[in-house]
Ligand binder design. Structure first.
Ligand code: HEC
Ligand code: HEC
Length: 349
């Protein structure tokens, strides 16, 4: 876990300053940007397998767009800063895992089906794994995060804007017709569904495009939670510590905000960080999103303003989960926010 975490941190820093090479080396770029989640041989990890039999059919365009656009909310980042040449080199590297050099071309024409009928068929045949709304069932992504999981390969989200913008109708149709042979995803033949049914299902998947955009309009969360304490600084801090103990948090030594930044005797003693954690919650979070290691442990900060009012600040974990591009964190983030609010309520009662 530790080395994966380190890799992910390195990766994050790399995302914002990619090197531009004149002749991009696809293997090197893949190892730099992708292998941490998809494994250096493409067998998958936090990400889906890439080297399985499906690689034989991956359309270049689908791979290119998937890398450029990422999968917002599903951990896979958008590689906005890579040049087209760099992405093409990575695509070549992924396609080098094909068993034969034959290529399949897909019909660019949209599939026409009945989305309303398709919805019923999707719920019957696909929703067990992909959820009724295409959001994917089961916790996590990819193949290898250590926790109880329902699937060996976690079904990807089909309502994801990155997926929908990358996949043509014909590619989605091909995926349903063939299934994903090395995984639990069945083929059209196994499901015994007709061609017309497949078309309806493709149309239903396409209809997720508008649903998602509506969801995006939802308001953004503020980055911090702010509470006014009715008590003075010393009482507020001591109340918080008592609540922490009562709620069974592991608690770390006090830290004044300015400690280490200026001379110890000039440090403002009216700005204190209380650091604590609930190991189970932390464990859940880090399992869902290893990069969270960067912002933990949890803390609340108590500050006395010039007018004497004492303010408690806490990180809004819901906003953090958004920042980390992972919808599945929302649930744990919600629980963490609730726990924080309980803690602060108790201390400021
Ligand atoms: C931080 C982890 C992470 C990184 C880095 C990452 N991916 Fe992904 N990738 C994922 C996840 C997770 C999914 C599946 C999303 C889902 O579950 O909805 C995915 C999905 C994909 C898919 C779709 C696979 C399919 O079967 O259609 C492709 C292709 C892909 N990634 C390629 C890449 C490439 C190439 C890179 C490097 C440029 C890369 N990814 C970097 C996590 C990552
Ligand atoms: C038993 C579970 C299961 C069922 C049922 C299932 N899928 Fe899947 N599906 C998966 C898994 C797992 C993957 C990813 C496999 C891989 O690429 O490694 C997947 C991948 C996909 C993909 C590719 C998405 C991407 O990001 O590459 C599409 C499209 C898809 N499924 C559509 C469907 C449709 C439509 C149905 C119903 C007709 C269906 N699936 C039924 C498990 C399932």
């Amino acid at each position: 876990m530790t080395s994966r975490l380190l890799f992910l941190m390195l990766l994050l820093s790399g995302l914002f300053s990619p090197q531009v090479h004149s002749a991009p080396d696809g293997r090197k770029l893949y190892n730099q940007y992708c292998s941490v989640c998809h494994n250096d041989q493409g067998i998958g990890g936090i990400g889906l397998p890439l080297n399985s039999s499906k690689v034989q059919y991956f359309p270049r365009d689908y791979l290119f767009k998937t890398i450029r656009l990422g999968r917002e909310g599903r951990i896979m980042p958008a590689f906005e800063k890579l040049s087209d040449a760099q992405i093409n080199a990575i695509v070549d590297h992924v396609l080098s895992w094909k068993k034969t050099s034959s290529t399949v071309t897909f019909n660019p024409v949209s599939v026409s089906g009945d989305a309303a009928v398709g919805k019923k068929q999707f719920i019957e045949h696909c929703a067990d794994c992909h959820g009724e709304d295409g959001k994917s069932e089961g916790v996590g992504t990819g193949v290898s995060i250590s926790r109880t999981r329902k699937f060996e390969v976690v079904p990807p989200a089909l309502n994801n804007p990155g997926f929908l913008a990358s996949a043509s109708d014909a590619w989605i149709k091909h995926t349903i017709v063939e299934g994903r042979p090395d995984t639990s995803m069945p083929s059209q033949r196994e499901l015994e569904i007709s061609d017309a049914q497949v078309n309806n299902i493709v149309s239903y998947i396409r209809s997720f495009e508008t649903d998602y955009n509506q969801k995006e309009v939802a308001e953004l969360e503020p980055p911090t939670l702010t509470f006014e304490s009715p008590y003075d600084f010393v009482t507020t801090v001591s109340n918080l510590k008592q609540s922490l103990q009562g709620l069974n948090y592991r608690y770390f030594p006090d830290r004044y905000m300015e400690m280490g930044l200026i001379d110890d005797n000039r440090v403002n003693k009216k700005q204190l960080s209380l650091r604590f954690c609930n190991f189970k919650q932390l464990y859940n979070m880090i399992n869902t999103e290893p990069r969270l290691g960067v912002v933990l442990p949890c803390r609340v900060t108590v500050v006395e303003q010039d007018d004497g009012q004492v303010i408690i600040y806490a990180m809004n974990m819901k906003m953090v989960s958004r920042l980390f591009n992972n919808d599945q964190l929302s649930h744990t983030a919600e629980a963490m926010n609730e726990a924080l609010i309980e803690l602060i309520d108790e201390a400021t009662l």
